[in-house]
Design a protein around this ligand. Structure first.
Ligand code: SF4
Ligand code: SF4
Length: 250
């Protein structure tokens, strides 16, 4: 409304100038079908590529036990209403149609953070997030956070922690040694994670490691990074990173 990405249903008339016209425009990041209606099927195609929640077995008494702090960490992400305002404002996909096959967008990085931080989940999606979800394309401008009507801190609480986890997995030798010493069980790697997507008819993609993708700092992704193909990736695409770590079977 008036050039600002907002929910019309939640915008009070009292917040709009009474002596000026009100302009309502369709979302810009998606193809217009008619009037204000846009084709947001891109979002649903990405949603089908997210490896689903896979919990560990229950405790011997049949219960799950989680620390409250771990539950609290992901609680914020559950507030998402999938309005796609963040997808619409993200310049990576709004201004570059060609990036859509390579970048999931903020809404789906929130979803991936929710899964990765879930205390019961057993899949390791880090390699998948780096290469196939294209997290390196995000340069932390925080535009998505500013427009989120649910006040989800998309960049600070979802994207940046995900980037930090990627750095831990691939580039932090001290963290790797620490995991070896504590003998933490390795979560299922990305190759296994892909089997849990809706991608039944996967096609192999170019793939390839991208240090910039997991830099944790603003920066542009390198060519060949985050090469999520337009069609879902297949098991043959699991080239992964050569760096040691529990996520890649070291
Ligand atoms: S912070 Fe990242 S996801 Fe959010 S709008 Fe900017 S580039 Fe897009
Ligand atoms: S993260 Fe916020 S802006 Fe993005 S889809 Fe969810 S509720 Fe909407």
């Amino acid at each position: 409304m008036n050039g600002h990405p907002v929910l019309m249903c939640m915008t009070r008339m009292s917040t709009l100038p009474v002596d000026e016209p009100i302009t309502i425009s369709p979302m810009r990041a998606f193809p217009i079908m008619r009037d204000l209606v846009t084709d947001v099927s891109y979002n649903f195609e990405v949603a089908k590529l997210i490896p689903a929640f896979r919990p560990r077995p229950r405790d011997p008494d049949g219960l799950y036990r989680m620390a409250q702090v771990d539950i609290d960490r992901g609680q914020e992400f559950h507030k998402c209403i999938e309005c796609f305002l963040c997808q619409n404002i993200c310049h990576v996909i709004r201004d570059h149609e060609e990036n859509k096959p390579r970048y999931a967008g903020p809404r789906f990085l929130v979803r991936l953070a929710e899964l990765e931080m879930h205390p019961l989940d057993t899949l390791d999606r880090r390699d998948y997030i780096r290469r196939d979800m294209g997290i390196g394309y995000c340069n932390i401008t925080k535009c998505c956070t500013e427009v989120c009507p649910e006040d989800i801190h998309i960049t600070d609480n979802a994207i940046i922690p995900l980037k930090e986890r990627l750095v831990d997995a691939h580039y932090d030798p001290i963290a790797w040694i620490g995991r070896k010493i504590t003998r933490r069980p390795a979560p299922l790697p990305a190759s296994e994670a892909r089997k849990h997507t809706g991608a039944a008819h996967a096609q192999p993609g170019p793939g390839g490691p991208d240090p910039g993708a997991a830099s944790g700092s603003p920066g542009s992704p390198g060519p060949g990074s985050s090469d999520r193909p337009a069609t879902p990736p297949g098991p043959a695409d699991d080239t992964g990173s050569a760096a040691p770590g529990p996520g890649n079977g070291a």
